[in-house]
Design a protein around this ligand. Structure first.
Ligand code: ADP
Ligand code: ADP
Ligand code: ZN
Length: 217
């Protein structure tokens, strides 16, 4: 199972990727999560990525591509992967195709999550995340059982600094300019499968599983 999740910020890529990874027994690989981990650990990669993440623009392609290449070589990724947040522009998409063919791998599908712009804004500004285990919540749409506390590990939930209204606008503009053309790229090669991302989480998951595995049980 080799899937790419594509869609604007807030469309539910991370939420779906975690569920699909558990369902198919393959790793969830999120470039945003890897960058954030490097940032919190103060690595050179984290230092480099910080400026771009803070302003909501893309980390340079060569850095991101090298990071993904390395991650996909790890043992757990040999049986498949759910990629979330990569590729994110045409250059990364073309590079990724070359990378896959070098390694003799083929994408199962590219999952596109369609969600209206107004919904995205409220999803992103209401998103809360667990700094310890990476679980994602929403103040209104997916609240934790106890206010401000992670259901999974009990840590205190935080808001991502780039989920403030100003940075969200930049990220949506970056999506339109750089990531949207990638959907067209995958559509032209017959690899894109579009899903309505504005349904309950489990319904979205079910539709994707039915489409890629031909069954939902
Ligand atoms: P992305 O990884 O695409 O940026 P996330 O998976 O982090 O998106 O979801 C963004 C926000 O929307 C989170 O707060 C999440 O809890 C919430 N969310 C995700 N999927 C849905 C859904 N189907 N319906 C309502 N809210 C959702
Ligand atoms: P979202 O939840 O909005 O989809 P991510 O967690 O995927 O956000 O990404 C957060 C930030 O990490 C991006 O704004 C960008 O700075 C950086 N980033 C993540 N993936 C990539 C990528 N493939 N190429 C360049 N930058 C990336
Ligand atoms: Zn947690």
């Amino acid at each position: 199972m080799e899937l790419v999740l594509l869609g604007p910020p807030g469309s539910g890529k991370g939420t779906q990727a975690k569920l699909l990874a558990a369902r198919f027994g393959v790793p969830h690989i999120s470039t945003g999560d890897i960058f954030r981990k490097n940032l919190s650990e103060g690595t050179d990669l984290g230092q480099l990525a910080r400026r771009y993440m803070d302003e909501g623009t893309l980390v340079p392609d060569d850095v991101t591509e090298a990071m993904v290449r390395e991650r996909l070589r790890e043992t757990d990724a040999q049986k498949g992967f759910i990629l979330d947040g990569f590729p994110r522009n045409l250059a990364q998409g073309e590079h990724f195709d070359a990378m896959l063919s070098e390694e003799g791998r083929t994408l199962t599908a590219v999952i596109y999550l369609a969600v209206d712009r107004a919904v995205l804004m409220s999803r992103l500004t209401g998103r809360r995340v667990c700094p310890k285990c990476g679980a994602t919540y929403h103040l209104e749409f997916n609240p934790p059982k106890a206010i401000g506390v992670c259901d999974v590990c009990g840590a205190e939930l935080v808001q991502r600094p780039d989920d403030s209204e100003g940075t969200v606008s930049t990220r949506l503009a970056v999506y339109d300019a750089e990531t949207a053309p990638l959907a067209t790229y995958y559509q032209k090669s017959g690899r894109l499968r579009e899903f309505d991302g504005d349904q309950p989480v489990d319904q979205v998951t079910r539709a994707i599983v039915e489409s890629v595995a031909g069954t939902d049980d």
